[in-house]
Design a protein around this ligand. Structure first.
Ligand SMILES: [Cu+2]
Ligand SMILES: [Zn+2]
Length: 219
């Protein structure tokens, strides 16, 4: 009896919280308010990721710099991505994987970026940020592509997460080991950055440059 009396205030508190939340705004009905930048920049959000080589790269690895730019119309537009990287050897033939990883934490190079961002617990290469493989031309990777599974809005937003460039080619889940379905066996993480909101200016600066649509696919 004493126990019930002691618990009564707690029960009343729980009931109060439940009734309060259901009459006001249940979680499933909360719509994301547009970010101030969306209102400012014509119903569109822009993001950038300033790529730098990880510290203490061995001399055998290229020092990759550049930008990965993102653009999405609020709230359900298809995410567009522009990749512009430099610093690869002019005669480089190596395909290199680029992915979005879970954490925007580069405090220990890209190791602290964690695994591929995988909000729906699916196998690689089905992750929203599996950008694929890229080969440089004259030391430069320049690519435009759409990334329909990734978003800059909502609970699965890629904002604040990391873009990682790998030393090797992504096997796109076709390998025989478990790691293939997790990461594509793309080897060391040699460059990376954290995705953050920006103005339209970086995106607009690249307008008019040749856009190479990525439909040739994953060879
Ligand atoms: Cu990766
Ligand atoms: Zn992946």
């Amino acid at each position: 009896m004493e126990k019930i009396i002691l618990q009564l205030p707690l029960i009343l508190l729980v009931l109060h919280i439940q009734s309060g939340s259901s009459s006001d705004s249940p979680v499933h009905e909360i719509a994301e308010a547009p970010k101030p930048e969306v209102v400012e920049f014509n119903n569109t959000i822009y993001a950038t990721c300033e790529v730098n080589p990880v510290p203490n790269l061995p001399p055998s690895q290229p020092q990759i710099f550049g930008q990965v730019l993102f653009k999405q119309i609020f709230p359900n537009g298809t995410l567009e991505v522009k990749i512009h990287l430099r610093g690869l050897p002019a005669d480089d033939q190596q395909a290199r994987a680029i992915h979005i990883h879970q954490y925007g934490d580069l405090s220990q190079g890209c190791v602290t970026a964690g695994p591929h961002y995988n909000p729906r617990a699916v196998d690689h290469p089905g992750h929203p940020g599996d950008l694929g493989n890229f080969v440089s031309e004259q030391g430069v990777i320049r690519k435009f592509q759409k990334l329909p599974e990734a978003k800059l809005f909502g609970g699965e937003s890629i904002l604040g997460r990391a873009v990682v460039v790998h030393e090797k080619e992504d096997d796109l889940g076709m390998g025989t080991d478990e790691e293939s379905k997790r990461s594509g066996n793309a080897g060391k993480r040699i460059a990376g950055c954290v995705i953050g909101i920006t103005t339209p200016s970086l995106w607009q600066k690249t307008e008019g440059l040749p856009r190479e649509e990525v439909e040739e696919g994953n060879e």
